[in-house]
Design a protein around this ligand. Structure first.
Ligand code: NZQ
Ligand code: ZN
Length: 386
């Protein structure tokens, strides 16, 4: 196991009717900016509950944060924060709203000319020494943004990750009932995103992280048990509660501490979202099976461990067990209603050059836990994903 720091200060407030407690969670004298997306929280009454929960505090609303949040939209919120002397941000929504809010929190204290530099330069993001404190109310279980210090923002034609220890939410309210109104496809996206977050921290090489491995395997098994069920029975509380907690625990630093990680599925997936508008969770279900096929030698030990411990595959030689593990994983995504081939999204093979060029432009030339996924290997992965 590698050396590591594990730091996670987010207070999780989990369960039914916990929005009632907002009054105790947000500082009493705060002037609050409530940020949300395209309107689902208005339509389904969550925003009203949040505003009521904030009591007599001064509150300003900022709606219209789009899925895959846009830099230019978020900068409008930064202007409001500065002009109105906002001192607490409350994100009400899914990953896009939470990530967007984290960006606003940092950009409000950015002293350079162009806050987009936070997205380009880790050093510049790390040099910011103050951020507006924030909390979240989660309406879509998927990204884990509610308990981590990262975000992904769309800027010009790309998607850029950023992080800072200043943007861990102070608290996150996880009320599974607020997610009942999600359309099937968004629940499926959330299951797939969570599943792949676990695999990006697991399917690398063996590193004696026995707790991390078994916790990861537990999350994967839970998702296989409940994935389809929670799509079919959206108001079954316990099933949905398990999805919500899995999503949070998959990307809050716990299972990735002290072990190698491989974020290639995400990095290639981000290009597919930026170029073709494919939902984040779906891009992962398209790319992961092909990565495993191409990188089967490098990932052999862990794919075989997953095959045995998660899927119960014990018969056959190594290659046939790996083939079966890839097939079963693809079938799992498809059981959620997610198509797993690029061609099924209308993307044709002649676009592969453009995708590889975008990876090149964004510096994604040596991906995976060892840096072995060069642009040429990414090309093979994309060909295999058609
Ligand atoms: O915008 P509204 O009207 O609210 O509708 C949203 C949106 O259209 C809708 N929705 C959310 N909650 C709902 C609901 N509809 C009905 N009922 C509810 N309760 O769902 C749609 C998608 O929302 P979005 O926030 O975009 O989805 P998700 O949570 O999957 O977030 C995706 C974003 O997170 C980033 C992705 O790159 C993408 O930009 N990620 C962030 C990560 C992180 N911070 O750690 C890690 C992830 O790997 C991911 O990259
Ligand atoms: Zn993800």
């Amino acid at each position: 196991m590698y050396n590591f720091d594990f730091f996670n200060p987010t207070h999780i407030v989990f369960g039914k009717d916990r929005l009632n407690e907002l009054d105790n969670l947000v500082p009493r004298d705060a002037k609050v900016l409530v940020l949300y997306g395209g309107g689902s929280v208005k339509k389904f009454g969550t925003l009203e509950k949040v505003i009521n929960g904030l009591g007599n505090r001064q509150v300003i609303e900022f709606g219209g944060i789009e899925p895959n949040p846009q830099f230019t939209t978020l900068m409008k919120a930064v202007d409001i924060v500065k002009k109105e002397n906002i001192d607490f941000l409350l994100a009400v929504g899914g990953g896009s709203v939470m990530d967007g809010t984290k960006f606003v929190a940092l950009a409000a204290y950015y002293e350079g000319d162009n806050a987009a530099e936070i997205l380009y330069s880790r050093e510049k993001a790390a040099a910011i020494n103050k951020a507006v404190p924030l909390g979240t109310v989660v309406t879509l279980p998927a990204t884990g943004s509610e308990m981590n210090n990262g975000g992904v923002i769309s800027y010009e034609h790309g998607k850029y990750g950023f992080g800072s220890k200043l943007v861990f939410p102070k608290f996150s309210v996880l009320d599974p009932t607020l997610t009942y109104t999600l359309p099937e496809s968004q629940v499926a996206n959330g299951v797939a995103d969570t599943f792949v977050h676990v695999l990006e921290q697991y399917a690398t090489f063996k590193a004696e992280g026995r707790f991390q491995d078994r916790t990861a395997e537990g999350i994967l098994q839970t998702l296989i048990e409940i994935g389809r069920k929670t799509i079919d029975n959206p108001t079954d509380y316990d099933t949905r509660a398990n999805l919500v907690w899995c999503a949070t625990m998959a990307l809050n630093g716990l299972i990735g501490a002290g072990v190698p990680q491989d974020w290639s599925t995400h990095m290639i997936g981000h290009e597919l979202t930026a170029m073709f508008g494919i939902d984040h969770g779906k891009t992962l279900a398209i790319i992961l099976p092909s990565i495993w096929n191409v990188m089967r030698e490098q990932k052999k030990g862990k794919i075989l461990q997953y095959a045995e411990r998660v899927l119960g595959i014990t018969e056959g030689d190594d290659d046939s067990r790996i083939d079966l593990a890839i097939l079963r994983t693809r079938e799992f995504f498809e059981s959620l209603g997610i198509k797993t081939h690029l061609s099924e999204y209308g993307v044709t093979a002649d676009k592969i050059d453009d995708i590889v060029n975008a990876l090149d432009k964004h510096g994604m030339k040596a991906l995976s836990e060892t840096g072995a996924i060069t642009l040429e290997v990414s090309r093979k992965i994309l060909e295999g994903a058609m």
